[in-house]
Design a binder for this molecule. Structure first.
Ligand code: PEP
Ligand code: MN
Length: 353
């Protein structure tokens, strides 16, 4: 971090600032120029609040030269993290597909979809029990009953399960849920992040629709600072001026996040586009871009879905997509990396429609 002082900064105030920085275990190294003096700060500046420095009369500007996140930072953890997601590894070359309905609607629905996505190759089952809806009059999810049905589907198929948690008070209900999802709307619910940071359970953290990638990493940092390092990052689209898609899926998030952080990165093409017809191409592009996994909404009857039907794939379309994902993985597999399962004979090639 660098502090740029105003010209003719008051010496007494400057000494006061230097003393305060030393008390924070920071070594301030002055560089005196003809017109301006700057202080180069050496030490852990992640705890320093830039706005309180900017509030000082003698300070003109403050610039960070290193990222304020430590636990999530690849610089301090050069190798990819592999997260054990309910017995399934994700990250570091381990690619997983999470699939299932936006919301759990009934026993028949969740168990049927779970069996179908498993048969197509999904390795983790998704299903919302608590739904963050824009309208208070829209279906809010089956809540505790939804979690019970999800656990039943897990029992029937053996698939680990993921579900969104919106309130820390619900943590006991999620005891047997393998992965907690923190939804886009709660990415900066810092109290919730702290509470899941105190658990020993994987967390899939979705990017807020108006959050920068640095803000996403700072939210991951909240969870990790509490001692829970099992964080999976998820890009699910951001809000832009574009109106033809529900959000704008930022696929550059994959290489950017992977360069800044060691955490696995998963792409959600369902919320990212809002349209089932756009999901396959974005899922394949995300796979080619090096994502560690995908989270895809699949519904047995999208037209009748209680939530997010227009962006949900049918199980048949999902199965076709899974074959293409395998082909893309085989094509982009890095030399020396563990090869993905080869597409089986008769599988549709990615150029086939
Ligand atoms: C969801 O996964 O169904 C969901 C609500 O996601 P997001 O938080 O990304 O909108
Ligand atoms: Mn949804």
């Amino acid at each position: 971090m660098v502090i740029i002082l105003k010209p003719n900064a008051d010496e007494g105030q400057l000494q006061h600032l230097i003393q305060w920085l030393k008390e924070q275990n920071i070594d301030p190294r002055p560089c005196v120029g003809e017109h301006q003096t700057i202080l180069g700060l050496v030490g852990d500046t992640s705890q320093i609040d830039i706005s309180s420095l900017l509030a000082l009369d003698i300070v003109e500007d403050v610039k960070r030269v290193s990222e304020p996140f430590k636990n999530a930072n690849r610089k301090f953890h050069p190798t990819d993290s592999v997260i054990n997601a309910g017995g399934v590894p994700i990250g570091g070359g381990h690619f997983q597909v999470i699939a299932g309905p936006c919301s759990v609607e009934s026993e028949e629905q969740i168990v049927t979809v779970a069996r179908q996505v498993k048969a197509a190759g999904a390795t983790i089952l998704r299903g919302g029990a608590f739904k963050p809806r824009t309208s208070p009059y829209a279906f809010q999810g089956l809540q505790a009953e939804g979690i019970r049905l999800l656990l039943l589907a897990k029992q029937e198929t053996g698939l680990p399960i993921i579900s969104e948690i919106m309130d820390a008070a619900h943590i006991p209900l999620f005891e047997e849920v393998d992965i907690l999802q923190i939804g886009a709307r709660n990415m900066q619910n810092f109290e919730l992040l702290k509470q899941v940071g105190a658990l020993n359970k994987p967390v899939l953290l979705k990017r807020g629709p108006a959050a920068t990638l640095q803000e996403l990493l700072m939210s991951a940092e909240y969870i990790m600072a509490g001692g829970n390092s099992q964080v999976i990052l998820c890009e699910r689209g951001i809000r832009t001026f574009e109106t033809t898609t529900r959000y704008t899926l930022d696929l550059s998030a994959v290489p950017v996040l992977k360069s800044l952080s060691h955490l696995p990165v998963v792409i959600d093409p369902s919320h990212g586009t809002g349209s089932a017809s756009l999901v396959p191409s974005m899922a394949l592009a995300a796979t080619a871009a090096g994502a560690d996994g995908l989270i895809i909404e699949v519904h047995n009857n999208p037209a009748k879905a209680l939530c997010d039907g227009p962006q949900s794939l049918t199980p048949a379309r999902f199965a076709t997509l899974m074959r293409k994902v395998a082909a893309v993985r085989a094509a982009v597999c890095e030399e020396g990396a563990e090869p993905p399962e080869k597409p089986k004979e008769g599988d549709v090639c990615i150029r086939c429609t």
